[in-house]
Design a protein. Structure first.
Length: 341
């Protein structure tokens, strides 16, 4: 068989490990040939390809980013975009496509499968961990570890200066990174998109710490979190219609300082969370996903997405993963609340 691979959406630790596993399994065990489309769905739109060989993908397991590069290109935004995808598949004699990505990439893949009969398999990727039908996605564990390490470092400077520090992390619509990272890093308050917060609830928790003799506080806030009575202004959106969030950390810091009188600073971790080398957990998960995706192609089980269920690797219809977002388990958030204030 001749297989194509693309990586779409935001970059993520573990992408190269998936590519490496797909190539290894497909070439060595299935006697298949693998090529890569460059820059996500832009690759098949513009016929940008590169060979993927055993030699060329060796040693990728620890490397961050993606050797195929990526973009948020949506072929359905272009005139006859889906038809151009199919033409490219035919031009390069491709029997199946493996699309590695999150909600955006998998949503496009699902439409291409249903509406244009593309032989496609998906591998779930998002550091936000907000993709349905899989317990975890690779990249999430790395992001959480980066947040936890950042909070460890913030604690020392917050305590030294008697400051309140607000750390803004990724999470447009789901608070998985904020909650896991906040618990692991010993945050004193965590704000997530799944809950609306009265400012008084936050400032009361901070004041309670000061009464107990704790003259500093660490807050973690997901970029999509909102305060009570805070109306969203006009939001800039990307090519797939998602709002571009951010800035809540700075707004919150100013409000806290005005309400409490405590010196408050904000910092944004931003793209640091998705850069660099993947953790051991993400390397293993990405490898398992890649091997299973290659097997699905061999078995011609198209329209499926690789999934983690408990400790087992399985697969589900792509449609099950993209019909809605997987928001934070609020039972986990209740555990975090035990340590607020």
């Amino acid at each position: 068989m001749r297989i194509a691979v693309l990586t779409g959406g935001g970059d993520c630790p573990g992408l190269n490990a998936v590519i490496r596993a797909i190539v290894r399994r497909s070439v060595r065990d299935h006697n298949s040939e693998v090529i890569g489309y460059l820059e996500g769905w832009r690759g098949p739109l513009d016929n940008m390809v590169m060979p993927l060989t055993l030699q060329g993908t060796g040693g990728l397991i620890q490397r961050g980013g993606t050797i195929l590069r990526t973009s948020r290109t949506n072929p359905f935004d272009f005139e006859k975009g889906p038809e151009r995808i199919i033409d490219s598949i035919k031009k390069h004699d491709i029997d199946a496509l493996i699309a590695i990505g999150g909600e955006e990439t998998c949503g496009i893949a699902n439409r291409m499968f249903l509406e244009h009969k593309l032989n496609v398999v998906c591998v779930p990727k998002t550091i936000d961990n907000d993709l349905n039908a899989t317990d975890f996605t690779f990249g999430f564990d790395t992001a959480v570890n980066i947040v936890a390490e950042a909070l460890d470092r913030l604690h020392t400077t917050a305590e030294s200066h008697n400051r309140v520090l607000v750390c803004e992390v990724m999470g447009r619509h789901a608070g998985w990174i904020a909650c896991y990272g906040g618990i692991a890093g010993g945050a004193d308050f965590i704000l997530v998109p799944e809950k609306i917060y009265p400012l008084k609830e936050i400032t009361d928790a901070i004041k309670k710490r000061h009464v107990r003799g704790k003259d500093f506080s660490i807050l973690v806030v997901a970029e999509g979190a909102r305060l009570e009575n805070e109306s969203p202004e006009h939001e800039e959106r990307n090519s797939v219609g998602q709002s571009k969030r951010g800035g809540v950390g700075e707004r919150l810091a100013k409000l806290i300082e005005a309400e409490t009188g405590y010196e408050t600073r904000a910092m944004v971790l931003g793209h640091i969370q998705r850069g660099g080398t993947p953790t051991a957990f993400d390397r293993v998960l990405a490898t398992r996903f890649g091997v299973h995706a290659a097997d699905l192609v061999l078995e011609k089980k198209f329209g499926r997405m690789v999934s983690l269920s408990g400790s087992k690797i399985t697969d589900v219809p792509i449609a099950d993963a993209v019909d809605s977002l997987k928001t934070l388990d609020m039972d986990l958030y209740k555990v975090a609340e035990v340590f607020f204030g």
